[in-house]
Design a protein. Structure first.
Length: 364
């Protein structure tokens, strides 16, 4: 009788079942995740130069679907979408009047034309002082299990007002100050009336959260990675599949799983090499020493476009981020070839921006 071993991280499997009757050992489990003896080998590839052809990796496609096929388990929210609510949320998202000095909007840091970030290590607030953490992308944020690097908000609705009343960011004193600011703009008041016609006084902080949330829930990208997971096994090139195999073999799946390659769990920074930074991460929320240096695992989807990296924006390039993360989280020294292979895969997750926000060059 063959006995199966399953290595896992939380509730999600890291590697496929490996039978003890097999010649492979538990140490070979990472390879078993990507290469199946009876593996599915997708035929064909896009744009391949025959002179530089990379062999098509044999991928256990069903295992890939198990590990990456689903979105993170995002909290359920009672916020049905309407065109009026989304339109109001979009207007509020871009409204600089809703800041202390009238010079900062959500879009100032979360630029929708640059994949929901500003590509700065940290971002300046209304008074010009920079915050302490790197701006996370707003694209696909609603699909994640928590918001912010420390998970202090569960949903995009809950998080929407927090930067507005943060003294270092938009700088308004409180939710009452936000409502007062909104009422100074007739077009915003009219938008609230259209979005919440059932309310006698629709201009409220609660409705602000619902409108912003409804808009941010439309900010979703799809890529060839999604096409691959949805059944088109020819969507990724041989090089990209080789990168996926390297990603799995290198144990990147210890933290980065689901369709978003993250956004589904917390993890301690410095699993194998101690992190000594001043930012204590989730401990600032829970006040528990057990949560010191624990952060939300970020999505890697679109990461090609969202440099610099890490919670403090301290890593400039994607190659450097892959190399450094392997060292501090996995205890591995990846070769330049393996780093390049993983980066090739990650670039396949870059999705198409919504047409209304895409730069003109991308629309042609």
């Amino acid at each position: 009788m063959k006995i199966a071993i399953l290595l896992s991280c939380g509730a999600l499997p890291l590697f496929p079942l490996l039978s003890l009757g097999d010649e492979r050992t538990v140490a070979d489990a990472p390879k078993a995740a990507a290469v199946s003896a009876e593996g599915v080998s997708a035929e064909g590839e896009q744009g391949q130069d025959p002179a530089k052809k990379t062999p098509r990796p044999r991928i256990d496609y069903q295992m890939v679907k198990t590990m990456f096929g689903n979105d993170p388990s995002a909290p359920a929210v009672d916020n049905p979408s309407t065109p009026e609510k989304v339109a109001l949320g979009k207007a509020l998202y871009h409204e600089k009047h809703l800041s202390k000095n009238g010079n900062l909007s959500c879009a100032s840091c979360h630029d929708l034309a640059t994949y929901g970030v500003d590509n700065k290590p940290t971002s300046p607030g209304s008074d010009g002082k920079n915050g302490e953490r790197n701006t996370p992308t707003v694209y696909n944020a609603a699909r994640q299990f928590a918001q912010f690097w420390d998970g202090r908000a569960a949903t995009v609705e809950e998080q929407s007002v927090m930067p507005v009343i943060n003294p270092v960011e938009h700088g308004l004193a409180d939710e009452a100050a936000l409502v007062a600011k909104i009422k100074e703009k007739a077009e915003l008041v009219d938008g609230f009336k259209k979005a919440f016609p059932q309310d006698a006084d629709p201009v409220t902080a609660a409705n602000f959260k619902l409108a912003i949330g409804a808009f941010e829930r439309t900010l979703v990208t799809k890529s060839r990675w999604d096409e691959y997971l949805d059944g088109n096994q020819k969507a990724l090139t041989n090089e990209e599949l080789a990168g996926l195999k390297t990603f799995m073999d290198s144990m990147c799946t210890t933290c980065h799983m689901t369709r978003l390659l993250g956004g589904h769990m917390y993890q301690k920074l410095g699993l194998t090499k101690p992190y000594t930074g001043a930012d204590t991460g989730r401990m600032q929320v829970t006040k528990s020493e057990a949560d010191k240096h624990i952060f939300k695992v970020p999505t890697l989807v679109n990461c090609e476009k969202t440099a610099p990296y890490y919670h403090d924006g301290s890593i400039a390039t994607l190659e450097e981020a892959v190399k450094h993360m392997a060292e501090v989280q996995l205890g591995q020294q990846l070769t330049p070839e393996k780093v390049a292979s993983i980066v090739t895969f990650l670039k396949a997750t870059t999705g198409k921006l919504p047409e209304e926000f895409a730069p003109k060059a991308d629309k042609q």
